[in-house]
Design a protein. Structure first.
Length: 178
């Protein structure tokens, strides 16, 4: 094989590979381009994607809302019927959580509407979550009194979990606290 023939052969192989990559890339683009992820909207000024759809979803209530809080809507739809409903739900929940995080609040899901199988053309896995952004609630601190702490220490001493020296040391710490 001459140098010119090997260069021509290499060009043919490169064209075939590039054509295959283009076909694979084009197919990936077409499939990925069908996924739907509109922005998060207030419920009061938006309409459900499920309204008027040929394949209606199933709606369920998750939590009661807080009076005065604005409700928001997030919608996600898979690009194909081969994507799990859980992965679509997870994506929607992550978007809603990030939205509320930017407001320094926590996401509280109120209702959700999900597509019902079979997942066929026109009815790919999709979900709409209605949520609110609630104030972050700190866990209540237990404010155990000195006497309760001393009682707990005495119980530990009597059960043998603490030695007399450990008991005296911990008792002194409790009595020093304001």
């Amino acid at each position: 094989m001459t140098l010119a023939e090997s260069q021509l052969s290499a060009k043919r192989i490169a064209r075939r590979l590039a054509g295959g990559c283009f076909t694979l890339g084009a197919a990936s683009y077409l499939l990925a381009g069908c996924a739907s992820a509109p922005s998060i909207q207030p419920v009061s000024s938006s309409r459900s994607i499920f309204e008027g759809a040929v394949y209606t979803g199933q709606t369920g209530t998750l939590n009661a809302g807080t009076p005065g809080n604005t409700e928001f809507r997030v919608f996600r739809q898979a690009a194909t019927g081969f994507v799990s409903m859980q992965s679509v739900r997870s994506d929607a929940e992550q978007s809603a959580t990030a939205f509320c995080d930017r407001k320094a609040k926590v996401m509280n899901p109120l209702r959700e509407t999900v597509a019902k199988p079979p997942y066929i053309l026109g009815n790919f896995p999709r979900i709409e979550i209605i949520f609110e952004c609630s104030d972050k609630v700190l866990a209540p601190q237990t404010d155990e009194s000195k006497y309760e702490k001393l009682g707990t220490l005495k119980t530990l001493l009597d059960s043998g979990a603490l030695t007399q020296a450990e008991y005296e040391k911990e008792k002194a710490k409790v009595l020093r606290q304001p």
